[in-house]
Design a protein. Sequence first.
Length: 68
Amino acid sequence: MKRLKLILLLVLVATVSAVVVQNQASWEVRFLWMTGDVPGVILLFLTAVAGFVVGTTVTLLMKREPRP
């Protein structure tokens, strides 16, 4: 099972890396009243990190205590 998780993690990292490398153009970003141009690499990296943090937080919050 550990080997499967490692393989899936490596595939995910490779996929995210490929998407980031292929999208290096600058994108216009609007958030509430703010507007700005952000390089695609930074925006995709921040999105991936935010997804990781949210996923980890949900996993930790939903983790059950071991049964006696």
